[in-house]
Write a protein that binds this ligand. Structure first.
Ligand code: NAD
Length: 368
């Protein structure tokens, strides 16, 4: 069930195109600061409740990043693995046309699950406005997510949090969960900063090496064999064992609900940076906080992608994008961690208070 409260959701649009069989939804959570921003997800199970929760998360993420965007999200019901590229294109085009009345005025799309730059190109062309989607191919003036903006931002959140926790990044040991778009870039930037990657995982398992994994070799291994676990000379562990690794820092960059209440006592890191979305529920974050393990919340650490979207929206360059990601993530991570320390509360509590205050500052129709 969708929860309605003082912030939204403002609009829920449910669309169907009989000829193609396209079925989809858009949830516009809040447009107090500007048009709702959020990705399109294509899965067979996507539904309005899921899209509404994701749209709300975008409201907080855009507010935290101080962008002139509200929060939104959308979904197209289809099994990406069961349909041809042509069919996928047809569904995306039908969806783009069906929601033309609200996009780009109230909704600006972006890639989410099973969507990438080419799909955003199809969406924007069918919609007729290049402003209707971000994450488009470079040839269409886009700044594709494949440039690594999110991982770059997560790296800066890690750098600031490490400084806050008196951990020297150039001497730190790091475990990274996931080696996709986010994990690959975080691992790259952290190793370039001198940190030692002792464990990196993907869906097949964890590659563990106490002496450190070489990033280039790891990337080549993944490319050549499909998994980091084939890294020569490493110890291979099951994927969940990333939580048992002894390191200074754990960066999450893959699945939701990675850390459960039962894992809290097993964890042997000093801090966790949430590169992935909802790697644990707030109660688990609080349990970790009570164990003095610093957790940088997802919507603070992984806002690099949406910041990049904003730079694309205003026709900025790749260079401007990286500069803005660094600036905003550095400032907001420092703000949240300093305030949390002062108030003696978990960082998420402070981050939520900051985000709500920023939404209310801009929102004339929210209930205060
Ligand atoms: P991706 O599909 O590119 O990569 C996911 C990675 O996770 C792959 O390496 C996969 O092998 C690995 N994986 C799957 N199951 C695993 C498991 N059980 N243990 C360890 N690794 C596993 O996805 P992504 O774009 O890197 O996104 C990762 C997370 O970051 C998601 O939660 C996503 O919502 C979030 N996120 C992504 C962006 C972005 O711009 N890409 C922005 C914000 C948040």
């Amino acid at each position: 069930m969708v929860d309605y409260d003082e912030f939204g959701p403002e609009k829920i649009i449910d669309v169907y195109h009989p000829k193609s069989g396209m079925r989809g939804f858009v949830v516009i959570d809040n447009t107090g600061a500007g048009p709702g921003k959020g990705g399109i997800r294509m899965t067979p199970t996507v539904n309005i409740d899921e899209v509404a929760r994701l749209a709300r998360a975008m409201t907080w993420k855009c507010a935290m990043a101080e962008l002139p965007f509200g929060g939104a999200k959308s979904g197209i019901v289809a099994d990406d693995k069961q349909i041809s590229r042509e069919k996928k294109k047809e569904l995306i085009e039908a969806f783009a046309e069906a929601i033309e009345i609200i996009s780009p005025t109230m909704y600006i799309a972006a890639p989410d699950m099973n969507m990438a730059e080419e799909e955003m190109g199809w969406f924007a062309k069918a919609n007729g406005s290049m402003n209707s989607a971000t994450g488009k191919p470079k040839s269409m003036g886009g700044l594709p997510h494949e440039l690594g903006s999110t991982g770059f931002g997560v790296y800066h959140a890690t750098r600031v949090a490490a400084e806050h926790a008196n951990i020297k990044l150039e001497k730190a040991t790091v475990a990274v969960e996931g080696f996709g778009n986010v994990g690959w870039f975080v691992a790259k930037f952290l190793s370039e900063a001198g940190a030692k990657l002792v464990a990196v995982s993907d869906s097949k398992g964890v590659a563990y090496k106490k002496e450190g994994l070489d990033f280039r070799q790891l990337a080549e291994t993944k490319e050549a064999t499909g998994s980091v676990t084939k890294y020569k000379g490493c110890t291979t562990l099951p994927p969940g064992d990333i939580l048992k690794v002894t390191a200074d820092i754990l960066v999450t960059a893959a699945i939701p609900d990675l850390v459960k209440a039962g894992d809290v006592d097993v964890i042997k890191v000093k801090m966790i940076v949430e590169g992935s979305n909802i790697p644990m529920i707030p109660d688990v974050e609080e349990m970790l906080w009570k164990r003095r393990i610093l957790v940088v919340p997802d919507f603070v650490a992984n806002a690099g992608g949406v910041i990049s979207s904003y730079v694309e929206y205003i026709n900025g360059s790749e260079k401007e994008m990286f500069a803005m990601v660094e600036k905003k993530i550095t400032r907001n991570t420092a703000l949240v961690l300093t305030q949390a320390e002062k108030k003696k509360c978990p960082p998420r509590e402070t981050a939520m208070a900051v985000a709500k205050e920023r939404v209310l500052e801009k929102c004339t129709f929210c209930r205060v």
